[in-house]
Structures are given as structure tokens and as C-alpha cells.
Design a protein around this ligand. Sequence first.
Ligand SMILES: Nc1ncnc2c1ncn2[C@@H]1O[C@H](COP(=O)(O)OP(=O)(O)OP(=O)(O)O)[C@@H](O)[C@H]1O
Ligand SMILES: [Mg+2]
Length: 111
Amino acid sequence: MSQITPAIFRQPNPAVVQLLPPSVDIEFNSIKFSVITKSTPKQILKGVDGMFKAGTINAILGPSGSGKTTLLNILSKRINQTKHSQLSGEVIANNSLFSKEQFGKFGAYVM
Ligand SMILES: Nc1ncnc2c1ncn2[C@@H]1O[C@H](COP(=O)(O)OP(=O)(O)OP(=O)(O)O)[C@@H](O)[C@H]1O
Ligand SMILES: [Mg+2]
């Protein structure tokens, strides 16, 4: 009697692929941000430092108007320096600077 071998057993060993999100540490140092309103600069962030380690859950706390959304916009590269704003400090992911496009490959930010 002929035996039918299921297709999966006729294949060479299947590859096992583990799909994991990229493991990225984000660090930010001395973030300062100000906007020029009516010719006088308004300082919104006055030197903020922090580190979000991969695999951890972090919270940004502060009263309304303290700059939480502004900081998130800077970390996700939604805010750049313009002629009406000044931005300084560094944001690094796994010890490298990154662009807005590169952020999109390892992060997501939904308002
Ligand atoms: N482009 C801008 N021009 C002028 N002022 C700005 C600008 N962006 C932010 N601000 C001001 O900076 C301060 C911080 O704003 P931000 O929205 O980051 O605060 P927040 O902590 O997210 O507040 P909330 O808890 O209400 O969401 C506020 O006073 C806001 O009006
Ligand atoms: Mg906000």
C-alpha cells in the first residue's frame, strides 16, 4: 500500500524566524528648545536629560504646559530648528544619531 507523506515532511527543514521588535535604547541629553514669539524667545525646555532603555515602560510626567508633548516631538524628530525656534542637545538611539525616517523604522508615535 502506498503511503502519502504530508507536504510539510517532504520539505527540507523549515527555517525558524523569530520576529522581534528592534531593541533600541533612546538617550537624550541637554535638550533645550525655545520659540521666538513677538521677537522675544520663550524657553520651553531648559536642558532635559533622560534614557529610555529598550524593553522598559517609561512615563513622562509634568503639569500642563511643562513641555511633555514638545519633548516627545523632539525625540521623534517631528520638531527641528527653524528660524522661529532654537533646538539644541542630542537625541541618540543605540549610541547613534538618527533622522526622522530612521525613527520610523524602530519607533512609532501616535498622538
Ligand atoms: N510652537 C510653539 N510656539 C509657541 N509656544 C509653544 C509652541 N509649542 C509649545 N509651546 C508652548 O510650550 C509650552 C509647553 O507645551 P507642551 O504642549 O509641550 O506642554 P504639555 O506638557 O504637553 O502640556 P499638556 O499637559 O497640556 O499637554 C506651552 O506653554 C505651550 O504653549
Ligand atoms: Mg501635551
